[in-house]
Design a protein around this ligand. Structure first.
Ligand code: FPP
Length: 267
């Protein structure tokens, strides 16, 4: 049996273990490890990013096939400007190239694409491609792909605080009306359900300023695999792990036949 066939069979076996009723609607991903992957192979870092794009395409397909509805990926953080200018330029050009090459297929697949973050510092060409991609796909409803670019969770929270302070000072809202719902309505992800699952590749155990508000109750899955080696098989492993979690949202789980009255705190 060929290696490809073997991998297909193993992926199929894994997908049979998935409970279709408990598939996360929204998965967020920190695609980490592109540079290390390339360096380990003795290649310039850009090859890791290039390969990372193919992996993103595969995971987009796999998540849609599985029944997820939203995928949010961290493509460029507010901190990524600290990288050497050549790498920043490469990434910016890569975003433009990928969008130009893939947008028709994304549209045919009825995927809506949305960019989250402050795109104002990007070159005009990229801003135009982003804007035309968003407007072309704005009425697609099968799946939502959020691409976070020049995004930072703290910056987003500060932005919301500013908006609410302005609305308070102009009398549009009363400060006592500020609550989670109102705060949510000013987020860049406004109207999008919070991710149930966050996947981070390359073994790093950090959130790195990603969706700080939205990840409050998300399950976190760390994969040791570097992003360019991530694939459908690894994605399904993350989903199966997620499905084994007991999501209590700060509450407690009582045993069958047990009630709060019976629990150890009742007198
Ligand atoms: C992290 O690896 C990866 C990035 C900063 C870029 C990710 C971007 C893509 C995969 C392209 C996506 C394209 C579109 C249009 C959405 P790293 O460079 O931090 O790796 P390292 O930690 O090993 O150095």
């Amino acid at each position: 049996m060929s290696l490809g066939k073997l991998i297909d069979n193993t992926t199929n076996d894994l997908s049979k273990r998935i409970d279709k009723q408990k598939v996360p609607e929204h998965v967020a991903i920190i695609m980490d490890g592109n540079g290390r992957w390339a360096t380990k192979k003795g290649l310039p870092r850009k090859y890791g990013h290039k390969r990372g794009v193919s992996v993103l395409k595969a995971i987009l397909k796999a998540s849609k096939k599985l029944g997820c509805k939203v995928l949010t990926v961290y493509a460029f953080s507010t901190e990524n400007w600290k990288r050497p200018p050549k790498e920043v330029d490469f990434l910016i050009n890569l975003f433009s190239e990928v969008l130009k090459n893939e947008i028709d297929e994304i549209h045919q697949e009825s995927i809506k694409i949305k960019f989250i973050g402050d795109i104002s510092p990007f070159p005009e060409t990229l801003k135009q491609i982003i804007s035309s991609s968003e407007s072309l796909t704005k009425n697609n409803h099968k799946f939502l792909l959020n691409v976070c670019v020049n995004y930072g969770g703290r910056q987003e929270i500060v932005k919301v605080a500013k908006e609410l302070a302005l609305k308070s000072s102009s009398g549009e809202i009363n400060p006592s009306e500020v609550n989670e719902e109102l705060f949510n309505s000013e987020l860049l992800t406004q109207g999008i359900k919070d991710p149930e699952l966050l996947i981070r590749t390359s073994g790093e155990k950090r959130i790195s300023n990603f969706l700080l508000w939205q990840l409050a109750y998300s399950e976190i899955y760390i994969s040791d695999v570097l992003w360019p080696d991530f694939n459908e098989f690894e994605f399904l492993k993350a989903i199966i792990d997620y499905q084994s979690r007991n999501r209590r949202f700060g509450g407690i789980e009582l045993l069958p036949n047990e009630s709060y009255k019976d629990s150890q705190y009742s007198s």
